[in-house]
Design a protein around this ligand. Sequence first.
Ligand SMILES: Cc1ncc(COP(=O)(O)O)c(C=O)c1O
Length: 355
Amino acid sequence: MIELRSDNAAGVAPEILAAVQAANTGSALAYGGDDLTADLQEVVRRVFEHPAARVFPVTSGTAANSLAISAATPPWGAVLCHSSAHIITAEGGATSLFGGGAVMRGVDGAHALIDPERLREVLESVRWGDPHESQPSVLSLTLPSDHGTVYDVDQVAKLVAVARERGLRTHLDGARLANAVAALGCAPADVTWRAGVDVLSLGATKNGALSAEAIVAFDSAIADELVYRTKRSGHVTSKMRFQSAQLAAYLTDGLWLRLASNANQRMAALVAELQSLAAYGVRLLDRVDVNMAFVEMPAAAIDAATEAGVQFYRMGPTTVRLVTSWQTTAEDVAAAAARFREACSSARDGETLTG
Ligand SMILES: Cc1ncc(COP(=O)(O)O)c(C=O)c1O
């Protein structure tokens, strides 16, 4: 089997497992009162170059998003995000639950990235001050987007500037932030708080951690709220030190970027192979900026590749989503490419025979 379903399907990176093992000596104060959690705080401030950033470990990306946003919006608020954003399409309304009824509103833009002009139009169409309409309060950007595309630093700053004209705060869903930072080659600070982001969902699980994610608050008022909101939602875990140990190892010595670079490079190699199958009707449906590709191919070829042991999500009769991870090897890519080629070729032969 070749795993291309999701980076969530990958295992735990050995360096992170080693950090959990190393943390497993003696006893420590519970609920984040331990030294490893204090160390994590310093690691986050160093990596994000922000002396007052505050970190809150949580156990899932959905928790990170919904809690981070709930700390930034009033219950009558509207959270503006791309129409394809995970918070609006795939989190069961968790943001509205924790946001006390705040709604989410989709904004469009090519490549699953919000178009600043569209954002401005949406903001201009709001009946500000009218209690009949939820009042936009937070802009939530997803980086990389749910289609595997990235905003560059200037695009983030521009969207934040448009949002700020109307007093919105900005949340960044960074479930795969490492993949974006590795692709952009920028400092983590550049694409977050220096571009105006107030609060970040920092993913780690998809990129080698074990149910460890974090909220990083660059805004002290949001951080103050999160102290209570994380507890009330059950995310102040008694053995937080094992999450903190993972997150600190993840961010130390560039491990997070090395793991993500592997995923990105493997996908780039796979994409090059897929592009060589254009004559069989294989076509990329969008840019591939990180470790995720949406690809169109003949239905029979998809069936044959599945039969041959390539695992991926089928998004439609002739559409698949392919995702590489920190764990994907060059051999996996070569084997996947060979099987896709074979699948395309056998699908075409089948067509010729029946056609
Ligand atoms: C962009 C994005 N944000 C958030 C999440 C939520 O993460 P979790 O599944 O850990 O709740 C995901 C998960 O796939 C995601 O892709």
